[in-house]
Design a protein around this ligand. Structure first.
Ligand code: PRP
Length: 211
């Protein structure tokens, strides 16, 4: 049976394509893709499509994709009707609490406002600390929000730390370590078990070889 795999566009894309290529998947088209979104493997019975990270979960949960490759940040934010099977160890970064230097929101009392693209992650982190904060949902350039006075701090992804640094922000806490994960549709795990397990084995070996 053929496998349908949802890949997350953007930051993870190249590393995931490299991982597939190491195990002999025929994904040349994914390297020079232009605006194309759906691809057929030229060597194996696998098709791929490229989606935004949260949509990757949606496609897997609805069974349109048997398998998804998506960041742990997105998995922590939403959706839980899938099996998380493998940590690919690529796209490593972390969720942090940041803010203006010398202005740690974790030490502030009174009303605290936190800007983030990840409201669920932020809310549950502050709840775990027993802090009741106001969450302000932001769609991008989160580092701008405390600089402009929209919030006291942020919960965001930090990879190199450059964006924080260049905007005069510091890291005050680590919320979680992040990397790319392979998720599997629950029905596909039963109905296409051999194909799914073969794909997971390849990805696991590729991860081992790539490190
Ligand atoms: C992410 C994140 C930070 C930045 C961190 O944003 O929200 O802004 O990357 O990376 P760094 O530590 O290597 O500087 P992204 O580039 O995805 O864009 P966005 O802000 O428009 O969402």
């Amino acid at each position: 049976m053929s496998l349908s795999v949802a890949l997350t566009k953007g930051r993870l894309e190249k590393a995931v394509v490299d991982a597939l290529e190491r195990k002999g998947y025929g994904i040349e088209a994914l390297r020079s893709k232009g605006r194309q979104l759906v691809f057929q493997d030229t060597k194996k019975d696998v098709s791929y499509f490229l989606v935004k990270s949260m949509d990757c979960i949606t496609y897997v949960e609805h069974g349109v994709a048997d398998i998804g490759v998506v960041g742990k940040d997105t998995l922590m934010e939403g959706g839980d009707d899938y099996y998380e099977m493998l940590d690919l160890g690529i796209g490593r970064c972390r969720f942090i609490v940041g803010g203006i230097t010398g202005n740690n929101p974790l030490e502030k009392s009174g009303h605290i406002k936190i800007g983030t693209k990840y409201p669920n992650v932020a809310r549950s982190y502050f709840q775990s600390l027993g802090m009741d904060v106001e969450i302000i949902k932001i769609d991008g350039s989160v580092e701008l929000a405390p600089v402009m006075g929209l919030c006291d701090g942020i919960v965001d992804i930090m990879e190199t730390g450059t964006t924080l640094k260049e905007n005069g922000l510091d890291v005050f806490a680590t919320v979680a370590e992040i990397s790319a994960r392979v998720i599997v549709n629950k029905a596909a795990f039963k109905m296409k078990r051999d194909e799914v397990m073969a794909f997971l084995k390849d990805m696991e070996e590729s991860h081992a070889e790539g490190n």
